[in-house]
Design a protein around this ligand. Sequence first.
Ligand SMILES: Nc1ncnc2c1ncn2[C@@H]1O[C@H](COP(=O)(O)OP(=O)(O)OP(=O)(O)O)[C@@H](O)[C@H]1O
Ligand SMILES: [Mg+2]
Length: 292
Amino acid sequence: MDIRAELKELMESKNYSIAFVATATGLAKSTISMWINDNYNGKNDKITDAINNFINRERERISNNDLPFVDISTSRYINEIGRLCHTQGKIGVCVGCAGLGKTVAVKRYTKMFMDSILIESDSGYTAKSLLKEVHRRLGLAGKGSVYDLMDEVVRKLNQSGRLLIIDEAENLPYRALEIARRIHDKTGVGVLLVGRSILLENLKGYNNQYDQLYSRVKYTKILNRIQLVDIQDILRAVGQNPDLADVYLQYSDGNTRRLEHLITHSISIARFNDKAEVDSAVIQETSKLLMA
Ligand SMILES: Nc1ncnc2c1ncn2[C@@H]1O[C@H](COP(=O)(O)OP(=O)(O)OP(=O)(O)O)[C@@H](O)[C@H]1O
Ligand SMILES: [Mg+2]
């Protein structure tokens, strides 16, 4: 495949921006943009080498760590609720424990439906920083008073039919969640809040004091452990025997992140011990190492 097409495919699959590639390669954003479109007038070879290195590093990273995307129950539920909120302009909440695959699922959703806006919040977020981030994501400057930011966000989103997704929403203080609610009320856009189970408690507040927000939540899904069929699908996707799924389920406890660690480490350990393939004894041994 042409290296330009290869870079485009990688950027698309990993959701990488030009800015991300620029930081990773040390090249200027404008240079990369011109090079991708085949109209860079400088030394093309230098750029091609840097991009080649970047693609190779990424390939190694992918083969060492990541599983290919598989449509497991976590992603199916998030997709379903996301779609309902998106098309009907409603508020939805998906919660589940760490490592189930929530972030992978919302990233996949935004890739499929490009009019959705994904905010990956963290514990430093305030109401204003959330608003600034939404402002920026709409192509605006991310600057101004709360009043001006809100006004411009509302104008831009009004009746747009878009979906605002907030991942790790359990990190947000109530005032920030209220901002999401106000954006929804004023523009009719759907909102999907995703996070760990504590998010539901945060939304309700003590003695249901936050009824104004919680009463607007139309769809709620509590995500559980992934299923045997999910693990069989993942094993098929990485070229492993799906008959090992029940052993993997037992040692991963249906947690996708733990499963990913178990699968990738088991492959390495089988290779290290010159075994032709992973078997249940290898998975059990690997599991002990991961527990340590
Ligand atoms: N649909 C999927 N297909 C393949 N692998 C997946 C999928 N979903 C999750 N994984 C694997 O599980 C890991 C954890 O997923 P993810 O980071 O999305 O979990 P999370 O629910 O967002 O966890 P946290 O609550 O800690 O943020 C991923 O790094 C990936 O290896
Ligand atoms: Mg996550």
